[in-house]
Design a protein around this ligand. Structure first.
Ligand SMILES: [Zn+2]
Length: 215
């Protein structure tokens, strides 16, 4: 079966099933627009779909996905910032109440950063991945050094969690985010999903640890 056939078959199931079940919701979303309360920054990884992990309905979460769920720093220059545009829209237009950075285990982007396998690669051979992941180079160096000093430390796991903290810090560098966090209109959260065991961990701001969510 060609990939498009799989999609068409899924579309038909959707039209006969969920779309019919939620017809009123879809009509309302079409008429009144969206008003999600939460934005999620997730990885492109096909195994980590926030709408599945959190079992939410259409219209409930505003999702930005990119390689390794990274939020770049706030930069006012002439470049076209895809992530910043999505964050600006979610925060200032939709006025979401929460932004969650959702990292995950076995992240290919994090792995590429650690191994440096695309370092110096030409366009089409890893150049864009290398450029994108280079924003966490300081955290990468720290993870590799930690693993060197303590062989029981897994640098992949360390960097996956460090990248979430990095993105949360960068979110705070956006003035319109910082302002809303300061006055309580916006909450930032870090989360981590383990594909192998289905466990979700949340970053506890008091302990600064990722703690499993009881099920
Ligand atoms: Zn990933």
């Amino acid at each position: 079966m060609a990939p498009i056939d799989t999609l068409i078959a899924g579309y038909r199931r959707f039209r006969d099933g969920e779309y019919q079940d939620q017809r009123r919701r879809f009509d309302s979303l079409a008429m009144q627009g969206q008003s999600p309360k939460t934005m999620i920054v997730a990885c492109c990884d096909s195994r980590v779909d926030p709408t599945r992990v959190f079992d939410v309905d259409p219209g409930e979460i505003f999702v930005l996905r990119n390689v390794a769920n990274l939020v770049p720093p706030y930069e006012l220059d002439s470049a076209q910032h895809s992530a910043s545009a999505a964050i600006e829209f979610a925060v200032t237009q939709l006025e979401v109440n929460e932004i969650m950075v959702l990292g995950h285990a076995q992240c290919g982007g994090i792995s590429a950063s650690l191994t440096g396998k695309f370092g110096g690669a030409k366009a089409g051979e890893g150049h864009f991945i290398d450029r994108w992941m280079s924003m966490i180079d300081p955290a990468r160096t720290a993870a590799l050094e930690a693993a060197k000093a303590h062989p029981d430390i897994n640098p992949q796991q360390v960097l996956e969690l460090a990248a979430i903290r990095f993105s949360l810090d960068n979110l705070r560098s956006f003035p319109f985010v910082a302002e809303r966090v300061a006055d309580g209109r916006l909450v930032l959260r870090g989360a981590f999903f383990s594909i192998a065991d289905g466990v979700l961990k949340l970053l506890n701001p008091e302990t600064d640890h990722f703690e499993p969510v009881p099920v």
